[in-house]
Design a protein around this ligand. Structure first.
Ligand code: ZN
Length: 285
C-alpha cells in the first residue's frame, strides 16, 4: 500500500492506494500556513498503514540530497512557505519527493498517455505553467528541477501584452497561465468565449514552449494538462497548428496528433503523481 501527498497552492490532496484504479482513501486539506497544513496532513497519514510515501509539491523545491535544505520549499511568494520542510511527513518511512509536475509526468508514464515511452514531457496550464520532463525513463535532474514554464518565447506579431509573471513579465507562464489569459481578456477564464483571441495567444506561447522542448529534451510525446487545458479542448489543436508552422518541418513533426495530447489521467494526474513517486520509493517500478 502506498500513500501520496500532493501539495498545491490552494489545497493538498492525500491519497492512499496503489494506483488510479485502486484508491482506498482520499482526503483534501486546504493549504493555509505550513504549520497548520503540514500538521493536518500528518494527522491523516497517521491513520493510514502504508509502505512508502510520495510527496509531490509546488515549488521551487530543494531536491539536492546533499543539501541541508533537502526536501524544503525554496523562496516562494506564498506567505510563510519559504523554507518549509516537507520530508518530516515521511516520519521514517521510505519516501520520494519531487515537483508536482514531475510526479504527474511519472504517473502518466505508469498509468496514462505516456505508457511505453522513454522520454516525454508533461505541461500543466493552471494558475502557473509547469513542465515535468522524463528523459530516458528518469526525471530530468541537475541543478534544481525543470522550470521550463518560465522560458522566454517570441510572441505573436504585434502583441503588446506585457504578461503577468511577477519575475519575467511575458515568459510562457506570464502569457499562457490562467491568470495571464484572464488579464489579457479582462475577465474570468470561465467567461471567455472559446474563440476569443486570448486563447490563441496562450496556445501560441505553449506551442513555442513545445518547439523548444522538442529540440532539447526530445520528448516522444508532450502531454498538456491542468485545469485550463482540460477545460478548453480547442487549445490543443491551436498548439499543434502553431507548433507545426514554427518547426517548419524541421525535426519530428510527423504525427503531431500523437505528439501533442491530453493527459490520459486527466485531472487525476496530479494526485496520482504522488502515488507514482511513492511507488518509486517502494521500488515497485
Ligand atoms: Zn516567469
Amino acid at each position: 500500500m502506498l500513500a501520496g501527498v500532493e501539495l498545491g497552492g490552494t489545497k493538498c490532496i492525500c491519497t492512499l492506494g496503489t494506483g488510479p484504479d485502486d484508491v482506498r482513501a482520499q482526503v483534501e486539506i486546504p493549504t493555509t500556513s505550513p504549520e497548520e497544513t503540514l500538521a493536518a496532513i500528518a494527522d491523516v497519514l497517521d491513520g493510514w498503514d502504508f509502505q512508502a510515501l510520495g510527496i509531490a509539491s509546488f515549488g521551487p523545491l530543494d531536491l539536492d540530497r546533499t543539501s541541508a535544505k533537502f526536501g524544503s520549499i525554496l523562496s516562494t511568494p506564498k506567505p510563510g512557505w519559504s523554507g518549509a520542510h516537507l520530508t518530516s511527513l515521511a516520519n521514517g518511512i521510505p519516501f520520494a519527493i519531487d515537483s508536482d509536475v514531475n510526479g504527474a509526468a511519472l504517473a502518466e508514464g505508469l498509468w496514462g498517455a505516456a505508457q511505453g515511452l522513454e522520454s516525454w514531457a508533461y505541461i500543466t496550464i493552471g494558475t502557473g505553467v509547469g513542465v515535468g520532463s522524463i528523459s530516458a525513463g528518469q526525471i530530468l535532474r541537475g541543478a534544481g528541477h525543470s522550470e521550463a514554464g518560465h522560458q522566454r518565447v517570441p510572441k505573436l506579431a504585434g502583441d503588446l501584452f506585457a504578461g503577468c509573471c511577477m519575475y519575467h513579465g511575458d515568459c510562457v507562464e506570464g502569457l499562457a497561465s490562467g491568470p495571464a489569459i484572464a488579464a489579457r481578456a479582462g475577465k474570468d477564464g470561465r467567461d471567455i468565449a472559446p474563440d476569443h483571441d486570448a486563447w490563441r495567444h496562450a496556445a501560441h506561447a505553449i506551442a513555442m514552449l513545445c518547439h523548444n522542448l522538442v529540440l532539447t529534451t526530445l520528448p516522444q510525446r508532450i502531454l498538456i494538462g491542468g485545469g485550463v487545458a482540460i477545460g478548453q479542448p480547442q487549445l490543443l489543436e491551436m498548439v499543434r497548428h502553431y507548433l507545426c508552422s514554427s518547426l517548419a518541418d524541421y525535426g519530428q513533426t510527423d504525427g503531431v496528433e500523437d505528439l501533442i495530447v491530453l493527459p490520459g489521467l486527466g485531472e487525476r494526474a496530479g494526485p496520482c503523481g504522488s502515488l507514482a513517486l511513492a511507488s518509486r520509493a517502494a521500488n515497485w517500478h
